[in-house]
Ligand binder design. Structure first.
Ligand SMILES: *Cc1c(COP(=O)(O)O)cnc(C)c1O
Length: 353
């Protein structure tokens, strides 16, 4: 993975600096928020410094904290769980489904207790086959559905953008994501009260800058217009990047799906896979072979129950198995078709020898 940007970002940042902008959050951040809200189809979008803090802010804004439980998948980037810890609530880990690597629906249902305040649904790599069922479950049990859609910008289910099924959704713009501003996070919601609460919370509890009328507890979690200017240009590139990510995945899929030792995850036409993920019996051996051919890979996230600081209890057979087998292949937007063909050829060779 590597970031990509070109003359448009350079020109936009230069023009902004020449205009004498104040660098911190102002009109450019609003413009970026409007572009994101329009793309995903939400009423509000609020920029935050990164996708870890945005998850934390979502929890706090919903009044979740000490004594509450939040269900989170055992297979996700650690920030999903750590944000719950930061809120003071207890992360309760649940196994994933084999077909989409998102939370297992029936295991989630069985884990709900009177203390459960929310389900933090992570759409891993733009996939979440049962998001409608999770929406129904959360409604039926009167708990919040929060979506960690950090890996899902550009991915939809049934025409609806991931991150907009729950009361609130979170995105990340860290360097490996489909678009980046170096760092950045965004919350999207249709709930006016929640959006207002978050706007106060990210600016010292003030209704606006330039005065000090503190009306609620708040901190400084503002964004910067300098990053927003970069982000506005990246957003313009999102549709073509979504197309390219789909093409890249299809190109890998055409070859790798014919190799019996390689397992791929079912990927719908509406998913823009962020990373190309494969599952094999000995990912370290394959990674070493590919490294010998100058091809970098990365092991998938560890199952979070293996991290003692997160104090997870229970059985996680699917995430244990999938994290043992998972490998991310080269996925940067800078890759050419012939780069992808070379990786596919190397994997084919590995399994033929
Ligand atoms: C990237 C990511 C995050 C964290 O976002 P940052 O912007 O790096 O803080 C959270 N959850 C998931 C699923 C992610 O992929």
């Amino acid at each position: 993975m590597e970031p990509s940007y070109d003359e448009e970002e350079i020109a936009a940042v230069t023009a902004y600096l020449r205009s004498g902008g104040w660098i911190t959050e102002f009109k450019k951040t609003t413009e970026l928020e409007e572009a994101i809200a329009e793309y995903v189809g939400s009423k509000h979008c609020i920029m935050l410094p990164n996708g870890t803090l945005s998850l934390w802010v979502a929890l706090v804004a919903l009044g979740i904290g000490k004594g509450d439980e939040v269900i989170v998948p055992d297979f996700t980037m650690v920030a999903s769980a750590n944000a719950i810890v930061l809120s003071g609530a207890t992360p309760v880990f649940v196994d994933i489904a084999e077909d989409d690597l998102a939370l297992d629906l029936s295991k989630t249902e069985a884990t709900i207790t009177p203390k459960t305040k929310a389900i933090l649904l992570v759409s891993m790599n733009g996939r979440c086959a049962r998001v409608h069922e999770f929406q129904k479950l959360a409604n039926a049990r009167n708990i919040h559905l929060i979506e960690d859609a950090a890996q899902s910008l550009g991915s939809f289910v049934g025409g609806t953008h991931l991150g907009t099924f729950g009361i609130i959704g979170s995105f990340s713009f860290s360097v490996p994501k489909i678009i980046t501003m170096g760092q950045g996070g965004a919350l999207v919601t249709d709930d006016d009260t929640l959006a207002t609460k978050i706007r106060f919370f990210k600016d010292f509890g003030r209704p606006s800058g330039g005065s000090d009328d503190y009306q609620a507890l708040g901190f400084n979690l503002k964004y910067t217009d300098l990053q927003a200017v970069f982000g506005i240009e990246q957003m313009k590139k999102l549709p073509s990047r979504v197309t390219r990510k789909k093409e890249m995945y299809a190109r890998y899929h055409a070859v790798l799906s014919k190799i019996p030792q390689v397992t791929l995850i079912e990927t719908s036409e509406e998913t823009a896979p962020w990373f190309v993920d494969i599952f094999v019996s000995d990912p370290d051996k394959l990674a070493a072979f590919l490294k010998g051919r100058g091809i970098g890979t990365r092991r998938v996230y560890p199952a979070l129950h293996t991290r003692s600081f997160l104090k997870a209890f229970g059985e996680f057979p699917v995430s244990t198995e999938m994290t043992r087998k998972g490998l991310w292949l080269p996925s940067a937007l800078t890759l050419t078709d012939s780069d992808i063909d070379r990786v596919c050829k190397a994997i084919t060779d590995f399994f033929q020898t």
